[in-house]
Write a protein that binds this ligand. Structure first.
Ligand SMILES: Cc1ncc(COP(=O)(O)O)c(C=O)c1O
Length: 364
């Protein structure tokens, strides 16, 4: 018996490649406690307030959660300074990306995605039958507004933009973002992904939330996976015009954010101490990594995120593999077209120190 035929537009989609898990490396190389600096997770662990909420609510997981995540959205509205009706909560911000593609892409449509960015935009768009136009990056891997705009035609439905961007760590300043929005036609939904927005230290970075209530084409997405340490629970948000939120709500799976994720999300959003500690850890960690990488003679991109993209050179893959063997998991960037680069998430101070010392041993 032959298996049913997969939709033709799905057959050639390469699946998402996550960072390697600690358990896999522990088993393969016999290392007790590998250091994972591969998936931009929060090195401090989860917000303690979120952990307490999980404890408080674990006995009611026999019940369905609130399908509208109302309390979570109310808390998020006060955190992000908007109305709860302008927010949809998702099972991670990945789910919001999926919902946008499903709600907006029609047969024959295309989407524009910068060449070097988060790979799920392309997977989700292609899964809905869209063709993807990849906008070339500027020299130095920055987002090129003009190449995005020149890719737009009458069939373009969505422009994806991660700001700050993954995996480069670079950002678009507010004037450039405003100029891009001016140049894009009305029919285009701009998915502005601010998964790393809270980590930015750049004076001229501003959140796209500034446009909510003024520009009906923009959906800002954001996540509690990184800044609030809830990657494993999956809590993300889409924030935009009521009309976009209404469209996404029509097709979202019922009960999409589980009961513990909702309660932990509410608690984490109120845990300002944890957020402050996280930003401190990330910013000090980045500064430490910069000076360590400089002392090794390595080039890297200045980052507005919780990771740094490092140019290793022709031996990048072997350096990445050697780090794995020594129990440090980073991310080799070949699948992003960056064969000479690895991406390193900021860890705890002692993890960052171990990484730089290990790289020093490998590279000499
Ligand atoms: C730019 C970007 N957007 C979205 C996501 C997905 O985040 P979530 O865990 O909320 O699905 C990631 C995760 O790494 C990311 O880097």
């Amino acid at each position: 018996m032959r298996p049913p035929k997969t939709a033709s537009w799905v057959r050639d989609i390469p699946s998402y490649k996550p960072g390697k898990a600690k358990e896999e490396i522990a088993k393969k190389y016999g290392i007790e406690n590998p250091i994972k600096l591969a998936s931009n997770e929060n090195p401090l662990g989860p917000s303690p307030a979120a952990l307490r909420a999980i404890d408080d609510y674990k006995s009611i997981v026999n019940l369905y959660p609130d399908t509208t995540s109302k309390e979570l959205r109310t808390r998020a509205a006060s955190f992000f300074k908007c109305k709860k009706e302008q927010i949809i909560a998702g099972n991670g911000s990945d789910e919001i990306i999926d919902l946008v593609c499903r709600a907006y892409i029609e047969p024959g449509n295309n989407v524009i995605i910068p060449e070097c960015t988060f790979s799920y935009y392309s997977i989700a768009s292609k899964a809905c039958g869209a063709s993807v136009t990849y906008a070339p990056m500027k020299d130095g891997l920055g987002i090129d507004i003009d190449s995005i705009v020149s890719g737009v035609n009458a069939q373009t439905k969505i422009v994806f933009l991660a700001n700050p961007n993954n995996p480069t760590g670079l950002y678009l300043d507010f004037d450039s973002l405003s100029r891009l929005l001016e140049l894009l036609p009305d029919q285009v939904l701009v998915l502005l992904d601010e998964a790393y927005g809270l980590f930015s230290r750049a004076g001229d970075f501003k959140s796209g939330l500034e446009f909510i209530g003024k520009d009906k084409r923009i959906l800002v997405i954001t996540t509690l996976s990184k800044s609030h340490g809830l990657a494993g629970l999956r809590v993300g948000f889409g924030i935009g015009d009521y009309s976009i939120i209404d469209s996404l709500n029509r097709i979202k799976p019922p009960f999409n954010v589980n009961i513990l994720a909702q309660r932990a999300g509410i608690a984490a959003l109120g845990d300002t101490l944890f957020l402050e500690k996280t930003l401190d850890t990330v910013w000090n960690g980045l500064d430490f990594l910069y000076s360590g990488l400089k002392s090794l003679g390595l080039e890297f991109l200045p980052s507005q995120t919780n990771f740094v993209l490092v140019k290793i050179g022709k031996n990048a893959k072997s350096v990445y593999n050697e780090l794995l063997r020594q129990g440090i998991i980073t991310r080799y960037m070949e699948s992003y077209g960056l064969k000479e680069y690895i991406r390193i998430s900021v860890g705890l101070p002692e993890e960052n120190r171990t990484l730089i010392n290990t790289m020093r041993r490998i590279l000499v």
